[in-house]
Ligand binder design. Structure first.
Ligand code: SAH
Length: 352
């Protein structure tokens, strides 16, 4: 059976499903889901992420977290965690760079929160020099200082989409039309958690909501607030969701999310306001990725690496630096939000 047939069967039995239910099936179905069956990330996959563009990204994240660890008195042991580590590249680069900071790697207990069994295998390989523990979700994170990064993790969480009607909302649903998957709208209903959005939206506007996002931030920020630590959430998105940002990417091209479910990466922009409200720790100002990386010294690092390169490798390296930082590339679209304990210094590169 294909995933399309499984989803069609579910709709025939239950009626139209939410976009979130559909995303959950497409991305995380145990045998046919996208993260189980596809190469997904990297040049040969469907999309490329910052750590796959250049080693500089993971290195600077590693040094940022190591400096936050020094600023907080070098707690040991501590959890060094990543949510949705993909191919494990970011963590491998971070650990290599952070080795310059005496004691950091030795005190770190590496924890990866990863849903895909296949990606866990790839991550284990990428980090074979280090003991790593895998967790299915953040509730299982140990109760101790937590230094954490999540790059392009929150955009993969299933979203619900609501279209503003007059005083109420209609949820977008996926049903069947002539046997094929089709978008439709549920009945007009009040949505108490969107009450505050009636003031800044007009009929026809779309607001997205990722039900899993806020509880995840509450869990991690609670540990950071109580035991110390720092969190870096990096993703595309902005303050307060407005508009339909749901997209499918297949082989680096935009695709129709309803065609061939399970074969394309499905994402949506992250609403950082919701994350900030859910946090139990202090939260930094939302900072564009380009500015954050510049503050951490990406230009100096790029120049140092360039010394050893020439020809095509140098061209690729220069293009990678630009891609990560330039406002017309990832520099502005991607944002960084930091979590840190009240009364402590925010993680380097970020401010309040
Ligand atoms: N951070 C990586 C990969 C981003 S892709 C990078 O920057 O390259 C999203 C990652 O999150 C994948 O590893 C995927 O398997 C994982 N993921 C998605 N939803 C998840 C969930 N609900 N729980 C745990 N991991 C999840």
């Amino acid at each position: 059976m294909t995933l399309a047939e499984i989803i069609a069967g579910r709709i025939a039995a239950e009626g139209p499903i939410t976009v979130a239910d559909y995303m959950q099936e497409c991305l995380l179905h145990p045998t046919l889901g996208y993260y189980t069956t596809r190469p997904a990330i990297g040049g040969a996959g469907d999309f490329i992420t910052a750590p796959e563009i250049s080693q500089m990204f993971g290195e600077l994240i590693g040094l940022c977290l190591a400096q936050a660890w020094i600023d907080q008195g070098r707690p040991a042991p501590f959890t060094l965690a990543e949510l949705g580590p993909g191919r494990g590249t970011l963590m491998a680069d971070a650990l290599r760079a952070a080795r310059q900071v005496p004691g950091f790697v030795e005190a770190a207990q590496i924890v990866l929160v990863e849903a895909s069994e296949r990606l866990r295998g790839i991550q284990r390989q990428a980090l074979q020099d280090h003991p790593v523990a895998f967790l299915p979700s953040v509730e299982f994170l140990p109760e101790r200082p937590l230094f954490l990064v999540a790059n392009e993790f929150f955009d993969a969480l299933p979203i619900r989409q609501f279209l503003r009607a007059q005083g109420h909302w209609q949820e977008r649903r996926i049903g069947l039309r002539d046997g094929a998957l089709a978008l439709g709208l549920g009945p007009e209903m009040p949505q108490p958690f969107l009450a505050h959005r009636l003031a800044d939206t007009k009929p026809g506007d779309c607001v997205e909501h990722a039900p899993a996002a806020a509880p995840i931030v509450t869990e991690i920020s609670d540990r950071i607030a109580r035991h110390g630590g720092a969190g870096l959430i990096i993703d595309y998105g902005d303050w307060r969701s407005l508009g339909d940002t749901w997209q499918a990417l297949c082989a680096h091209e935009k695709a129709d999310p309803l065609v061939d479910p399970g074969t394309a990466d499905l994402t949506a922009h992250v609403d950082f306001e919701v994350l900030a409200i859910a946090a139990r720790s202090a939260v930094t100002r939302l900072t564009p990725q380009g500015l954050f990386l510049e503050r951490l010294g990406i230009t100096q690092r790029a120049q140092a690496l360039a010394q050893k390169l020439s020809g095509a490798a140098l061209e690729t390296h220069i293009a990678a630096h630009r891609r990560l930082t330039h406002p017309s590339e990832m520099g502005n679209l991607f944002k960084v939000q930091g979590l840190f304990p009240e009364g402590q210094r925010p993680p380097p590169g970020l401010n309040v």
